[in-house]
Design a protein. Structure first.
Length: 195
């Protein structure tokens, strides 16, 4: 059965199977199926027990596929020479260091403190701490990928750690300027279309 949504042929069956293994593990992280320990601390949750290699390769596979895609949805993601670096990491199942292409993850909540799972936006290129990053929003989370092989001062602690620790932060979706601007524009276009 084909999955619904936007599709593009990128990988051979063998490579697709390799990536689906990491996707399966990530699904267990978010939907249950793997034992984890979590502690809440205000607007963040510290999770321990994540398999570093499997989850980091899942994260890298998302970034890399967006970078090589020809779909306009992903046109903002330009990895340059890092495209081949990440491809080799995936091919060799090398998750790299904690700082290499690190990713912070925010759980998106609405005003009722419920996870917002029905929002997907095109990735946006941004700069944080003078580092290029890409923000993806899907599956109730905002994923912020730092396209650097260097330590990102003040942020690296939020990346997945080899010991299996990962910090998920909560963020109100209404605080995201890009989503607010997008929603305003859609509203404006609908208003214009009715006249």
């Amino acid at each position: 059965m084909l999955q619904k949504g936007i599709r593009e042929y990128l990988l051979c069956g063998s490579c697709e199977n390799k990536l689906s293994k990491w996707e399966g593990y990530a699904s267990q992280i978010f939907n249950g199926g793997t034992e984890l320990m979590a502690e809440g601390h205000g607007d963040l949750v510290i999770v321990n027990g994540i398999d570093y290699k499997s989850f980091k390769l899942f994260q890298l596979s998302i970034l890399w596929r967006a970078g090589v895609s020809s779909l306009t949805l992903f046109e903002a993601v330009k990895l340059g020479s890092y495209e081949e670096t990440i491809r080799q990491m995936l091919l060799n199942e090398d998750a790299g260091s904690e700082d290499a292409f690190g990713c912070t993850v925010f759980c998106l909540l609405n005003s009722d403190h419920q996870v917002v799972t029905d929002v997907i936006t095109p990735p946006i290129k941004d700069r944080v701490s003078n580092q290029i990053c890409y923000r993806f929003i899907f599956n109730g989370f905002m994923w912020v990928y730092f396209v650097s092989k260097n330590k990102v001062k003040g942020i690296s602690d939020g990346f997945l750690q080899k010991c299996g620790r990962f910090i998920f932060m909560y963020k109100n979706i209404e605080d995201l300027k890009s989503i607010r601007n997008f929603a305003t524009e859609i509203y404006r276009q609908n208003k214009l279309g009715k006249n």
